[in-house]
Design a protein around this ligand. Structure first.
Ligand code: ASP
Ligand code: MG
Length: 295
């Protein structure tokens, strides 16, 4: 079994999604596909929360545009028989859930801070909830699973952390006996182990979801599909002679991530390094490029 994570740009347009479909459907072993929100959507969901809290109803047209972006993508990529159901799901998330969450933030000035934080977390989770709904209706023979059922966080002294023990038990329960060929899950999102409220693994956290699943399930590899050819020797926008680094150690990758290389979310490396699982960084827009392997 291997774990494939697709970032926001990979699931952000019709062309890139069609590449995702090809990449996943050509795997012959069992795969778990973890997806980010459509590129830019997480930022929009957060910006709309700010607007609503400031009594600015400019969130309404933004929400409409987010809805239409998802619906247009469904029309172009989703398996024909699944289109009506997939459209309905997205309409429900937008018109029922998100509209009412933003409405609540907009009209209630006296909401408790904790309630506001919970609402904002529930809102931001919808990016991955919606993208995964589309991806699971696009890939042939895909089965959706819901990450907050098995990815659990816990607040420790005001800091949100992955609850590794709870997550390990639940991930094994969810997948160990699974014979499903292609499993689609949300990156980034989780539940608080005690309150059951929606939480997340932090901005960029979908990579971490992939690594957690790969490590717990002893995957043969973790593939991080993104929009660059791999780790580069320098920032290619500043240095045109920059080239892709074909192979790195976990330590080298961790150092580069900690130093600000945006390719992988820093907490991603440790769980897979602990198990010696190779991580491939590959380009969805150039799938034949060899990429970088971290091992
Ligand atoms: N969608 C989330 C973000 O934009 C998580 C991720 O993409 O990894 O931060
Ligand atoms: Mg990322």
């Amino acid at each position: 079994m291997k774990v494939l994570k697709f970032g926001g740009t990979s699931v952000g347009s019709v062309d890139s999604l069609l590449n995702v479909k090809k990449i996943v459907e050509s795997c012959d072993e069992q795969v778990i596909v973890a997806v980010s929100a459509l590129g830019g959507v997480t930022n929009q969901l957060i910006a709309m929360s700010d607007m609503a809290q400031n009594h600015d109803d400019a969130w309404q047209p933004v929400l409409e545009s987010v809805k239409h972006r998802h619906l247009d993508i469904i029309d172009a990529v989703v398996i024909e028989e699944l289109k009506p159901q997939c459209r309905q799901v997205i309409e429900q998330f937008i018109d029922n859930n998100l509209r009412s969450y933003y409405g609540t933030l907009m009209v209630n000035d006296d909401l408790d801070e904790v309630v506001v934080a919970q609402l904002r977390d529930a809102i931001v989770a919808h990016g991955e909830i919606m993208s995964s709904a589309i991806v699971s209706c696009m890939i042939v023979d895909a089965t959706p699973h819901f990450s907050p059922r098995f990815i659990k966080t816990r607040d420790i002294e005001g800091e949100r952390r992955l609850d590794w023990e709870a997550t390990e038990t639940l991930v094994k329960q969810e997948f160990s006996d699974s014979t499903e060929r292609r499993i689609v899950v949300q990156g980034f999102i989780a539940d608080d182990v005690e309150t059951g409220q929606k939480t997340n693994l932090g901005r960029g956290g979908s990579d971490y979801t992939g690594a957690i699943l790969a490590a717990i399930l002893d995957a043969s590899s973790l593939e991080i599909w993104t929009d660059v050819d791999g780790f580069m020797t320098a920032d290619p926008r500043k240095d045109p002679t920059a080239t892709v680094i074909p192979e790195m150690t976990y330590e080298q990758a961790q150092e580069m991530c900690d130093a600000g290389a945006k390719v992988i979310y820093p907490p991603t490396i440790a769980p897979v390094a602990g198990k010696g699982i190779p991580v491939w960084v590959k380009n969805t827009f150039n799938p034949d490029a060899p990429g970088t392997v971290i091992k």
